[in-house]
Design a protein around this ligand. Structure first.
Ligand SMILES: [Zn+2]
Length: 310
């Protein structure tokens, strides 16, 4: 790994991470707890990686300048304006830019209206997980196995645990949507950042976990199978909702600055030149003293970038 990085015409992508699990263990087995003699609680150590290969952390100087050039995350065309990372044609045409990606319970593949049915089959009709996590509060979320624990790190979750496994994004989203009756499905970014490494005790987390599981098991639509969604026959998918016996509680610590009085968000649209010392990183946010820079929100921005060690 390099300890500094300089590039012009650098494309901003969200921060990556690197971590190590027990040797020769798949993510699936590890987080579902199919590994023998696994602990009930895991403290996950990880590093933030700025693409292509820089380990980025507290104390580094971060310098970025933007001249108005943007690149669509989908078709890679250079454009003047992006909509959540997409150019306007991609926003209107790509299945990955459709509202059902953000609200998976609204999946409309079975109505025959998926924008890209083949893409839908390869992305949405794959195993998905429903999880309970803690960010600034308890929340429910869904993800694919390849995104665990990345999804939790991206959200700035300090604790998380898998709740159920299903065979489609639509099914996971439908369960998540039902759980919105007792849980939030999003966090407040300022509260999440101010929360630092606060988390419920293992006991409190597990108590909430059991409560959520029991609520679902007693939910009328769950009992009478109204929560089960249809899937394309030719894919031959099971409609089972698999719960886990005792998956590990995963705790994640961040290099968070101490007491924070106020937090202001920096935007390259308003501040095309940003420079400062990194005082912490949580979720996709770099702390630059009292300001934060959201990496994910700037995906697709082409910039001159320089990151230096002290
Ligand atoms: Zn595009």
């Amino acid at each position: 790994m390099n300890n500094q990085f300089k590039s012009s015409e650098h494309l901003i992508l969200k921060l990556q991470n690197s971590y190590e699990l027990q040797k020769s263990t798949s993510n699936t087995a590890f987080f579902e707890n199919k590994v023998t003699e696994q602990k009930n609680k895991i403290i996950l150590d990880f590093n933030y990686i700025l693409k292509p290969n820089l380990t980025i952390n507290k104390g580094m100087t971060f310098k970025i300048s933007h001249k108005g050039i943007l690149q669509c995350v989908s078709c890679q065309k250079t454009v003047k304006k992006l909509f959540s990372g997409f150019c306007f044609p991609c926003l209107k045409r790509k299945a990955s830019a459709d509202t059902c990606i953000m609200s998976p319970h609204l999946c409309h593949y079975m109505n025959g209206t998926c924008r890209e049915p083949e893409w839908g089959e390869s992305f949405c009709y794959k195993p998905h997980y429903v999880y309970l996590s803690y960010t600034d509060k308890f929340k429910v979320g869904i993800t694919r196995i390849s995104q665990i624990p990345t999804r939790w790190i991206d959200q700035g979750a300090t604790s998380a645990k898998l709740l159920a496994k299903v065979t489609s994004r639509h099914q996971a989203g439908t369960i998540e949507n039902a759980l919105k009756e007792i849980l939030s499905d999003r966090s407040h970014w300022i509260k999440m950042l101010k929360n630092g490494n606060l988390r419920p005790s293992e006991e409190d987390f597990n108590e909430k976990y059991e409560e959520v599981k029991n609520w679902l098991a007693n939910f009328p639509d769950f009992i009478n199978k109204k929560l089960i969604v249809n899937t394309p026959l030719h894919l031959n998918l099971s409609n089972e909702i698999e719960f886990f016996e005792n998956p590990p509680l995963v705790e994640i610590n961040y290099d968070s600055p101490g007491e924070i009085a106020s937090i202001k968000s920096l935007s390259l649209d308003k501040n095309p030149e940003i420079e400062g010392k990194i005082t912490g990183i949580k979720g996709q946010y770099l702390f630059l003293s009292n300001h934060v820079f959201n990496m994910r929100k700037h995906e697709g921005y082409i910039v001159d970038i320089e990151v230096l060690n002290e």
